[in-house]
Design a protein around this ligand. Structure first.
Ligand SMILES: *[C@@H]1O[C@H](CO)[C@@H](O)[C@H](O)[C@H]1NC(C)=O
Ligand SMILES: *[C@@H]1O[C@H](CO)[C@@H](O)[C@H](O)[C@H]1NC(C)=O
Length: 374
């Protein structure tokens, strides 16, 4: 049946790759002359192959979307492991895309890496994260910017800090023109400071709220933070260090954040935050977090936010949008389960054409994490 065939195909690819790896291995350790082909497969590679085969068997047995769906999952497998393995990375997710992974690892060691940022991001978004390391030199822009900005709000970002070849825009001026929502840094700053409706929580007001609750704000994470303007304001006005998670979807967001002297984290929404439990003063979810994210991904994400926040730390949900009925029935209760103190909870109709059409609302919330119950 199809399932067995695709498993065999994976195994075939694994075998081919293992052989290619063994050839690499031989050709990079034996300087010259090259050994005659084909080389016999050494014992340790056969053992590796057996391990890979066992891992694949193990995973497919525990994957309810495969042909074994009707089989009752073994009681030893926690349900949340099965659920999470369908939406996010566990160490083995790279095996789900052997073709992409093989393309990614098909390079000449110790020379220049292939220029494949799109391939990397595709793998990462499919759960292959972290990507394997490679022993090659990543391509850099051909010349160094003559100077790097020393402020997070420079008059312009240096174009020479980016390899533009894969983008239709070839400069930050072009991005400013075509994508002002993300690249008009001053307009973004104004929108973070203004108060024009109850959906707004100006940064100055947030800092006052935290201050009057005796809660120091020093470090945090901005999820889906685009070009990093939230982190920029927090750094410039309050000396707060924010990490910004961002992906390079159609624009060099990571480079833009870094060129502003801020820290870009190249991790997708479904990835566990790479910081320790109970360490962050603030986690903010901008508009990248919305109803287009599958509910179970959101649920795991909010619980990971809870993991990294310290007691008394804040979860700030900025203009989350969903259908009004879903906010009431799904997302409200989901956030409510965290048991946080509601410092602010504002809901208002989303009045753009698509919002009106789908009966959507915005939620802006500021929630404070209580001490653990036990
Ligand atoms: C930020 O830190 C610098 C250097 O320690 C200090 O001079 C400045 O006053 C601080 N700014 C704010 C807003 O706290
Ligand atoms: C929001 O929209 C709903 C229906 O879509 C409507 O019944 C309600 O009056 C609106 N609320 C406001 C404050 O405009």
């Amino acid at each position: 049946m199809g399932f067995t065939m695709s498993l065999n195909f994976i195994l075939l690819l694994v075998m081919v790759a293992t052989n290619i790896l063994s050839l690499y291995h031989l050709s990079s350790t034996v300087q010259s002359p090259k050994p005659p082909l084909p080389a016999p497969v050494p014992d340790h590679l056969i053992r590796q192959l057996n391990t890979i085969r066992a891992t694949i068997n193990h995973l497919t047995r525990h994957n309810p979307s495969s042909a074994s769906a009707t089989a009752k999952p073994s009681s030893a497998v926690p349900l949340d492991l099965i659920l999470h393995s369908q939406i996010g990375p566990i160490a083995s997710s790279c095996h789900n895309h052997p073709d992409l992974l093989h393309r990614y690892m098909n390079y000449t060691p110790f020379s220049t890496c292939p220029f494949d940022p799109d391939l990397q991001e595709t793998l990462i978004l499919n759960g292959c994260h972290p990507l394997p390391r490679r022993r090659c030199f990543s391509k850099t822009p051909s010349k160094l910017p003559s100077s790097l900005p020393l402020t997070p709000f420079p008059t312009s970002l240096p174009d020479s800090g980016v390899i533009w070849s894969k983008y239709s825009c070839k400069s930050f001026a072009c991005l400013l023109q075509n994508n002002p929502t993300s690249f008009d840094l001053d307009a973004q700053r104004s929108s973070l400071l203004k108060y024009t409706s109850e959906l707004d929580l100006p940064i100055s007001q947030f800092m006052q709220l935290a201050n009057s609750a005796n809660s120091a704000i020093r470090i945090g994470i901005d999820i889906g933070g685009g070009t990093g303007t939230f982190a920029a304001v927090m750094k410039k006005s309050y000396n707060v260090t924010m990490l910004t998670t961002t992906m390079n979807v159609n624009a060099p967001y990571n480079e833009a954040v870094a060129l502003r002297g801020l820290v870009p984290l190249h991790v997708p929404l479904q990835q566990r935050f790479p910081v320790f439990d109970g360490t962050m003063d603030l986690v903010r979810c901008g508009r990248a977090v919305n109803r287009w994210i599958p509910v179970s991904v959101l649920e795991f994400m909010f619980y990971d936010v809870d993991r990294v926040l310290r007691t008394g730390g804040y979860l700030w949900v900025d203009r989350f949008f969903s259908k009004a009925v879903d906010l009431e029935k799904i997302y409200g209760p989901l956030i409510g389960k965290l048991g946080y103190k509601k410092v602010k909870w504002a809901v208002a109709n989303k009045t753009d054409p698509s919002g009106l059409k789908h009966g959507e609302v915005y939620l802006t919330a500021l929630l404070q994490k209580p001490a653990s119950k036990s």
